[in-house]
Design a protein around this ligand. Structure first.
Ligand code: 5GP
Length: 187
């Protein structure tokens, strides 16, 4: 069986990566599966353990780093986030195209380790719109919002490291573009 593709999707916090994903994951012809990351961040309202993330403690995470369990990991606004190497390899061996929704440091590591990975960066239509979306989530204190906005400005400078850049003005359209990118790379 042909090994599945590895698809990196990055973009600043609040850009709507999750909403866009809901659309492109619905297309069965893309044969996609989402890699569920591990994090030490507390769950947001409505987030489910084992679905949105695998929520673990800092001690557990640090133990997994020592044991070499991560394909990549990064610290983002005070929390750890990481991708299980075993999980990704298992899914790709089963022929699934695996989506990693990760921030820029993690993406750099994956691109070094897996040069054939497809990299996509989602940008917001404007910084004003991004701030509106981050605030709209109403789940975080002002200090964290400010940190996420500062991080977003830094991340946006790195779009040049990605092969594809997609603007999320309309999530359904952005998802269609991502679908086309994946199809082009499938053959
Ligand atoms: P959030 O706290 O908003 O869910 O995620 C913060 C950032 O971490 C987002 O850019 C998200 O894509 C990224 N992220 C989620 N999982 C991982 C992961 O496993 N590794 C890395 N490097 N970043 C991740």
């Amino acid at each position: 069986m042909k090994k599945g593709l590895l698809i990196i999707v990055s973009g600043p916090s609040g850009v709507g990566k999750g909403t866009v994903r809901e659309y492109y994951m619905k297309d069965p012809s893309l044969n996609l599966t989402y890699s569920i990351s591990m994090t030490t961040r507390a769950p947001r309202e409505g987030e489910r353990d084992g679905v949105d993330y695998i929520f673990i403690s800092r001690d557990e995470f640090e133990q997994k780093i020592k044991e070499g369990e991560f394909l990549e990991w990064a610290e983002f606004v005070g929390n750890y986030y990481g991708t299980s190497i075993k999980q990704v390899e298992k899914l790709r061996e089963e022929g699934k195209n695996v989506v990693l929704e990760i921030e820029v440091q993690g993406a750099t590591i994956v691109k070094e380790k897996c040069p054939d990975a497809i990299s996509i960066f989602i940008i917001p239509p404007s910084m004003e719109e991004l701030e509106k979306r981050i605030r709209g989530r109403r789940s975080e204190p002002e200090e964290i919002i400010q940190q996420r906005l500062a991080k977003a400005s830094q991340e946006l400078k790195l779009v040049g490291n990605y092969k594809y850049v997609v603007c999320n003005d309309d999530p359904e359209l952005a998802a269609e573009v991502i679908g086309l990118i994946i199809k082009r790379n499938q053959n």
